[in-house]
Design a protein around this ligand. Structure first.
Ligand code: TYM
Length: 330
């Protein structure tokens, strides 16, 4: 029997998951779980780059784990765990930071964007964030990393770090490939279709949360920014709002952009927005039902967290020991 290839990916518990997180990454995680050996983390250390109340963070990380399972990740098939429970992540992060250049980190567009947003808290963690991400991935000898388009640059840096390290010490790390969906890789804000949908946006009308009630979802889609042409046509440059809604609709229904254009020929934006909203509500309904059930079994989630950390720790520990030997710390 040939060994399955390995997948690693993670999401931050900085807020509740958005439709962007789901369509850009989570759906692929679910789709790939049978074919690959998958390790999915709640990357709670990453979320410290913004300020959190301790009790909120504690609650959100458990909630994120429940959202993973509610979206369809089978805890029997995948390793699901909290990043902070496996200390190898922080240890490898330090080592790799000595093999990463300031110039490389300065080029990261996410750092520039986040630094502009939180000018009163441009902490060093925000700058070294991609090194922790490289440590996450490389610890598991990962073949494939399913993420949205915005993480592509970080993935490229992870590959560069792995290749640099391997160039010095021999074949220590697998060099990972990104896995980015064709449709849904970059879901945009409903209020400002020039920027990506983000759970940290101040305007709650700009994003759809996986846990938003149906009437909220319908209201947010009805208020989505479009244009004055009143034609449903895919044209990102001239019609970014409508194109974004078309991507969402295509992503949740499986219809092609052409089929959508035909379906809504001669119809107005009102009809179109209602159809998108209803399709999203139906996609999220079973997820929300499952989530509500899971959040009633906190002991089960705690137990799962413990088992996940043990399983992840075994794999990560092997890679870290190898690194220690190679660099002369063991
Ligand atoms: P986070 O929590 O910001 O995002 C989680 C995932 O959701 C994707 N995503 C989107 N996809 C499409 N459209 C959007 N509007 C949108 N917004 C977010 C992201 O690309 C990501 O896949 N740095 C990572 C977390 C991380 C990680 C890792 C990922 C830490 N270590 C190791 C992979 C491997 C992040 O962006 O989280």
């Amino acid at each position: 029997m040939t060994q399955k290839k390995r997948i690693f990916s993670g999401m931050q518990p900085t807020g509740f998951l958005t439709l962007g997180n789901y369509l850009g990454a989570m759906r692929n995680w679910v789709a790939l779980q049978d074919e690959y050996d998958c390790v999915y983390s709640v990357v709670d250390l990453h979320s410290l780059t913004v300020r959190n109340e301790a009790k909120d963070l504690r609650q959100r990380r458990l909630s994120l784990l429940a959202q993973y399972i509610a979206c369809g990740l089978d805890p029997e098939k995948n390793i699901l765990f909290m990043q902070s429970h496996v200390s190898a992540h922080a240890e490898l992060c330090w080592i790799l930071s000595c093999y990463t250049y300031m110039g490389e980190l300065s080029r990261m567009t996410q750092f520039k964007e986040k630094a502009a947003k939180q000018q009163d808290n441009i902490n060093a963690g925000l700058f070294t964030y991609p090194i922790l991400m490289a440590a996450d991935i490389l610890l598991y000898q990962t073949d494939l990393v399913p993420v949205g388009e915005d993480q592509k640059q970080h993935l490229e840096l992870s590959r560069d770090i792995a290749e640099r390290f391997n160039g010095i010490y021999g074949n220590v790390f697998k060099v990972p490939e990104p896995y980015i969906p064709k449709v849904g890789a970059r879901i945009m804000s409903l209020q400002d279709p020039g920027s990506k949908m983000s759970k940290s946006d101040e305007n709650a009308n700009s994003y759809i949360l996986l846990l938003d009630p149906p009437e909220t979802i319908m209201r947010k889609f009805k208020r989505a920014v479009t244009d004055s042409e009143a034609v449903i046509r895919y044209d990102v440059k001239n019609k970014p709002g409508v194109s974004n809604l078309m991507s969402i609709y295509s992503s949740v229904t499986g219809k092609t952009l052409e089929q959508i254009e035909n379906e809504f020929e001669g119809k107005g934006y009102g009809d179109f927005k209602t159809a998108v909203g209803e399709a999203v509500v139906e996609t999220l309904r079973p997820i929300q039902e499952e989530y509500n059930k899971l959040m009633e079994s906190k002991d089960y989630l705690q137990d799962l967290m413990k088992k996940g950390a043990e399983a992840a720790g075994r794999i990560a520990g092997k890679t870290l020991s190898k690194v220690y030997r190679k660099i002369g710390l063991a």
